[in-house]
Design a protein around this ligand. Structure first.
Ligand code: P6P
Length: 339
């Protein structure tokens, strides 16, 4: 093994990136390092969740009306803690909180960024040891620096993100984040407690052989989606089908796999839930930003996810994301007429 292999840590990488922008203030680098720190703390608890009394329902119900697992609360508090006491964030919007958290102290009010986050997505999988994740997006605030941030800073279109990423707590723990300079993945090395650059310049293959959807909803989907899924299962699709179906039921796991290997992930709306289940601000927008920087696509079935102007913090959207050619193939089925 080459012991001199230069493995960049997350901190070294963000500082190196900062050097590419001589005018950079270092606030974004500092914010990403803060997120990495909170992720390491969450990772410790996720990895031993079965051993300590942190499993199971916390007894409360979150704004989504879902039973809140104790880990949700722990993760939420970790991210709020590091961002509030850092120097780069004016406030935070979270899946776990009905309203935004305005840090409202002198340093925070002088910060130029806000963060939107799903602190622990897929938390219903915690008790059965299935991969879960954190999803985040970073925006430059639109309100005046020096004043407390407001909801207006969070209701921006996804294309305004300056960075977005996720942490996947799986067979290993990885932090993947994108800026307009590219998508890079960092694997946690427990022996030194650092995220180390393991997946530089991630590009999503323009086609793959994996489709991800909760098939139990098949008969509720619009006809174009049904026809596309049938094409995935047969040789009729353009890219040497049949494809294989992979669906973990944890968005971070499913989208990360498809980002690396190529594939398509679908969470459509249905008649009684036309906007589907997934949240625009802290689930779909971050992944859409990452995927588009990596060469893939993400839509609501009609337009780019990143062009949707949010009206509410917790609004949902139908969500289709993945390899460019597979997304274009899906769009051809959605735009076709069926008798
Ligand atoms: P379903 C997890 O609860 C989650 O929000 C996403 O991580 C995941 O993709 C989706 O819901 C799974 O939903 O309805 O297929 O169980």
């Amino acid at each position: 093994m080459n012991i001199n292999r230069q493995v960049l840590t997350l901190d070294e990488f963000t500082i190196q990136e900062m050097r590419a922008y001589p005018k950079a203030t270092g606030e974004l680098s500092s914010l990403l390092r803060d997120i990495g720190l909170a992720a390491k703390r969450v990772n410790v608890e996720v990895n031993k969740a079965g051993l300590v009394d942190i499993l199971g329902d916390a007894g409360s119900v979150n704004v989504q009306g879902e039973d809140v697992k104790k880990m949700d609360i722990y993760a939420n508090n970790q991210f709020i803690g590091v961002l509030k006491h850092g120097i780069s964030c004016a406030g935070l919007g979270s899946e776990e909180l009905e309203e935004i958290v305005v840090f409202n102290d002198v340093v925070s009010n002088n910060s130029k960024y806000v963060v939107i986050i799903d602190p622990l997505d897929g938390s219903s999988n915690i008790d059965v040891n299935v991969t879960i994740g954190t999803i985040f997006g970073v925006y430059r605030r639109v309100t005046k620096v020096g004043t407390p941030c407001t909801i207006e800073d969070f209701l921006q279109t996804g294309k305004n993100q300056v960075a977005a990423g996720y942490i996947i707590y799986g067979s290993s723990t990885m932090m993947v984040y994108a800026t307009h300079r590219g998508v890079n993945g960092f694997t946690l090395d427990p022996s030194i407690g650092e995220f180390c650059l393991s997946h530089p310049n991630i590009q999503c293959p323009e086609k793959g052989k994996i489709y991800s959807v909760n098939y139990s909803n098949f008969f509720k989907f619009e006809i174009g989606i049904q026809k596309y899924i049938e094409a995935c299962q047969t040789k009729t699709n353009e890219h040497n089908g049949p494809y294989t179906q992979r669906y973990v039921g944890s968005m971070v796991a499913d989208v990360h796999r498809n980002l690396i290997k190529g594939g398509i992930f679908m969470y459509p709306g249905v008649l009684d839930k036309p906007f589907g289940k997934l949240r625009l601000l802290y689930e779909c927008n971050p992944f859409a930003f990452i995927m588009e920087i990596a060469g893939g696509k993400a839509t609501d079935g009609k337009k780019s996810i990143l062009d949707i102007k949010p009206e509410k913090l917790h609004q949902r959207t139908p969500f289709f994301i993945g390899s460019k050619l597979m997304m274009e193939e899906l769009e051809s089925y959605l735009n076709s007429k069926y008798d």
